[in-house]
Ligand binder design. Sequence first.
Ligand code: NAD
Length: 423
Amino acid sequence: MTFQKISMSEGKLNVPDFPIIPFISGDGIGPEIWEQAQKIFDQAVKMAYGEKHAIQWKEVLAGEKAFQITGEWLPEETLATIREYLVAIKGPLTTPIGGGIRSLNVALRQQLDLYTCVRPVRYFEGTPSPMKHPERTNMVVFRENTEDIYAGIEFVAGSQEASSLITYLQKAFNVQTIRFPETSSIGIKPISSEGTKRLVRAALNYAVEQKRQTVTLVHKGNIMKFTEGGFKKWGYEVANEEFSEQTFTWTTYDQLKSEQGEAAANQALATAKENGKIIVKDCIADIFLEELIARPEDHEIVATMNLNGDYISDALAATVGGVGIAPGANINYQTGHAIFEATHGTAPKFAGQNKVNPCSVLLSGTLLFRYIGWNEVADAIEQAIEQAIASQRVTFDFARLLPGATEVSLSEFSQQIFDHLAK
Ligand code: NAD
């Protein structure tokens, strides 16, 4: 068998039968989880496809291991390899203190322009949850990854930059509302139509492919009219202009209501639902945080900006069992570049203890397999995880919340998953 690169042509991924996929094992608990995860991934591929498919995992360096070996936290070679091989998976990385890099994860996302952060949130039977009915949650969050307050344009109170910017705003734009100009820090929030549209397009494409019924644009446009309000407006534009065959939007509903009355608008909505069209709606961010707890079944695909997406995905993860089981993907659908990752950090206090939960990395792997079209592998891993959790022999983070459960180590828990795959 010859292992080859994944490539992209005419907007489509070309996945060879035997792809080479770079991985970063990560810091802290990363390497011990990766060791287990790789065995499980290989076993799942073997069980699904026999000898027809296999993966060659290619290690690339980042984080503490990279620093020890090369003197750099994120070597250029790592970026070049991921650029070349398109699809990679990583464990958590320590954020270096000092030294000019804010966060290795943010640097990777920026360098490869991974503009979509995809976070699926679903419930696995038997997982401890604070909710009475966690199984009602089955959402996929599309979080914009490159804009918003995360652009890092922020100046500390008392600095020359902050004071110049505040004076400029006051003089040039007659801004009167900075309450304490002398002691204010100040930040800038860029939200563009291009950035919004490529993100919402990705969410809509996903909804179409996965046959989902709703897409919700989450924003705070009632207060931030041109940034978050712009996101809502541009989001609806993409749906109306590029997905009119597959969707029915609330802007269409409102237009029909004003032109033909409420009954006609309701009739059009009912017909669209009968015809299996995706309903595209929007929701103010604070109300959405209420609805994700009170009425989670009302939302399936969620498209939102960077900061809202950060809050929402962690709050949602908590309802189905926490960050230990929440996977993530950072994707540029135009170039094909994608990095799949656990959403938790390096948990340094547990490093080397063979103790932690591998599910977040494993489920990130299932996202990778779905991305390259190997859905059977993803399904098999999800099923094996479900069975392992249902056995109630689980890692400490779940065991302490489940009366009657038995705590097992990382390797024992992983072995159960491996054994379920082998059946
Ligand atoms: P963390 O996610 O490492 O830990 C938060 C809590 O969750 C801790 O109690 C930890 O023990 C627990 N936890 C995390 N992963 C777990 C697992 N797999 N199983 C069971 N329990 C688990 O977050 P933190 O403490 O804020 O950050 C530690 C380091 O990780 C920092 O350097 C931070 O910058 C980095 N970090 C990296 C990423 C990433 O690489 N994607 C994400 C977040 C934090």
